[in-house]
Every structure is written in C-alpha cells, then in structure tokens.
Design a protein around this ligand. Structure first.
Ligand code: PMP
Length: 352
C-alpha cells in the first residue's frame, strides 16, 4: 500500500474555480450571451465539421481562424493568436512572460483568474487596490511601475465592476514600463475604448479578447490575443501542441462569418444593460454602478447573501461578489424576459 501523493505547497488552500450552473429560469451569473447565433451559423458549422478529418491533428497554426480574427479587427495575422478561451491565452502569456522570480501586478478589484493563473504559473502577484469608481489614474501607473513588474494586468471593461479604463492611462503605463501589459478586453464589444491601437507604438501591449461573450460562443471556448508578432512567437514556444481542436477552430471561423448577426444581438444586450441600470437606480435601497460591459454591479443595503438567495427562490441566479467588492452582486444583461423577471423579483426582495 502506498500513501496518496503530496501536491505542490499551497494547492489544497486553493478553492476550485466554480460558478453554480443551476437550472433556473434566469441564469444571469456568468456574463454569457443569452441568445444563440442564428441557424445559418449552425449550418455552416455542421458543414465544416463534416469536412474535418478528426483522425488527423488540427491545423497547429490555426491559420484560417487567425486570419479571420485578424481581419475582423484590422490587425496583422502575425500578431493574432487563439486558444481555449481568454483564460488559456492568459495562461500562455504568463508561461512566457511570468514564472518563478517574476512578478505580475493586478489592480483589484478585478477578475479573479488574473491572480489565480499568476499563482498557477508561479508568478509573484502584487495587488494594488483601486477605490470606487475604480478608474486607473497616473498615481496607479506610478505604483505599478514602482512594483518592478514583468507583467501588468489591466481589465477593461473591468470584471466585476463594469467600468472601462482610460486608454491614455494604459498608454502611459505601457510607456513607463518594459513589462508586458496585458489588457483583458473580454467585454470590449459592449462599450469602452480599445487599447488595440497602442500596440503599434508599444509592442509590450497585448490585447486579450474572447468569443465567449459578444460572439455568443462560450461553449466553444475560443479566446484570442492581438499583439506584436514577437509576442505571438513567444506564445508558440509555450503552447501545448495542437492546443485548439479542429472543432473549436471550425466554430470560431463560422462564428466570425456571422459577425453581423452577433452585432444585432449586441445591440439588444446593451439595451437591456442600460435598462437594468435605469431601473435599479429608480429603486431605493441600492447603489448601482455604471457599466461598459454586459453586466451591472450593484450593492444592496440588505446583506448580499440574503438578496442572492431570495432572488434564487424566484428563479433568478446572479453572482455574489461580496468577497471582491463589499456586499456587491453582479447581474448579467439577459433577454428582455429574463431582465423583466430579475427586476420584478429584486423589487419584491428589497421591499420584503
Ligand atoms: N477575462 C474576463 C475579464 C472574464 O470575465 C472572463 C470570463 N468570465 C474571461 C477573461 C475568460 O473568458 P473565456 O471564456 O474566453 O475563457
């Protein structure tokens, strides 16, 4: 009989990343797109899958997908890269630019995975805290530079607060450091300006995006990076062989061919997001934050955990983010029907 193996120090202190996937009427906790892409997408995807030889490894260079991604944003293909979600892109960036003896700066409150993946890749994390409304200023840039980073994360629009960061401040950060500045733009299509034009003058900037949100493709797991060509060459050095399956590549290409349909969906989601902000501001007992994303952060006067469970009793699942922003809840802009149910339920819960 042997004993169970011992994992790396600290591993058992890490809570597995987990967001409830409950079967409720309104699942508004993970910032997914509530609408699928149209039938034409499914037909194209089916035809592409039929034409795929799954006995063969996929195109390791992801040529067609990278060309489609690059063309969709007007960026050179040599500077475009794809992986299994923005999370894998970030992991690859940290494998290449972080690691033992190297340091990453994160501006909190922000997306948990930036520090989690830094830890996973043995990159030291320096957390700098922003105060509400969480807008990056020049003194934050100075503090980040002082920390002596190899990587700096900027999340814009930021999850979970919803605000976008000023591009001129990101530019100042990129100019003041040789660190890799990772601008996580998972929600950029919903609002806020992009840092993409900075790459031309600042090859230490990489923009990370995803097809999971605005492109309604969370199930296919496709994220991408837009960067200087040498960053992409470094990613090729760390990625696993053939990391993006032929099925994922096919789904990404087909989705990009249906970009106009995705844009139509985007308008509806933005309208619902704005309606949530308006209606919540008309309720008493709440603080509501502006949003450039497809979700809204709000802070009830009642305990967030109570509001969360009373919403769930009414079939509405939101995200309790009180561990990140005191007593805060985050709601994703869903369909009109889902938002109606959320608003009606919240009103009941707050008056209860
Ligand atoms: N960045 C941010 C800010 C996110 O909120 C998310 C998803 N919740 C991701 C990256 C990961 O996206 P993907 O599904 O492409 O891995």
């Amino acid at each position: 009989m042997s004993r169970p193996a011992t994992p790396r120090p600290g591993l058992r202190d890490v809570a597995p990343y987990h967001s409830p996937q409950l079967d409720v009427v309104a699942r508004l906790n993970t910032n997914e797109c509530p609408y699928p892409l149209p039938d034409g997408f499914v037909e194209e995807l089916t035809a592409r899958v039929r034409a795929t030889s799954l006995n063969r490894y996929p195109d390791g260079q992801m040529t067609e997908l990278r060309e489609a991604l690059a063309a969709s944003v007007g960026h050179p293909v040599e500077g475009a890269w794809a992986a299994n979600g923005a999370n894998e892109i970030i992991t690859e960036l940290l494998l290449a630019y972080g690691g033992p003896g190297r340091r990453a700066v994160v501006f909190e409150p922000t997306y948990l995975l930036h520090s989690r993946l830094s830890w996973l890749t043995r990159t030291e994390v320096v957390s700098l805290r922003l105060a509400s409304p969480w807008i990056l200023a020049s003194h934050d840039v100075a503090a980040a530079v002082d920390a002596g980073p190899d990587v700096v994360f900027v999340c814009s629009p930021n999850n979970p607060t919803g605000n976008a960061q000023p591009v001129e401040v990101v530019a100042a950060l990129a100019a003041d450091t040789d660190a890799l500045v990772i601008v996580d733009e998972a929600y950029v299509e919903f609002g806020g300006r992009t840092s993409l034009p900075l790459i031309a003058d600042h090859p230490n900037v990489v923009v990370v995006r995803t097809l999971s949100k605005a492109f309604a493709l969370a199930g296919a797991r496709i994220g991408y990076a837009l960067a200087a060509p040498e960053v992409v060459e470094d990613l090729e050095r760390v990625r696993l062989p053939y990391h993006l399956s032929a099925l994922s590549q096919a789904a990404g290409i087909a989705a990009l061919h249906h970009a106009p349909a995705a844009k139509g969906i985007l308008d509806r989601i933005r309208a619902e997001r704005d309606r949530i902000v308006r209606e919540l501001r008309a309720m008493s007992g709440l603080t509501v934050h502006d949003s450039d994303a497809n979700f809204v952060l709000f802070v009830p006067e009642r305990p967030a955990a109570t509001v969360w469970s009373e919403l769930l009793e009414r079939g509405v699942l939101v995200r309790d983010l009180s561990a990140v922003v005191p007593n805060a809840l985050r709601v994703t802009a869903g369909t009109e029907h889902e938002v109606d149910l959320f608003l009606k339920s919240l009103e009941e819960v707050l008056s209860g």
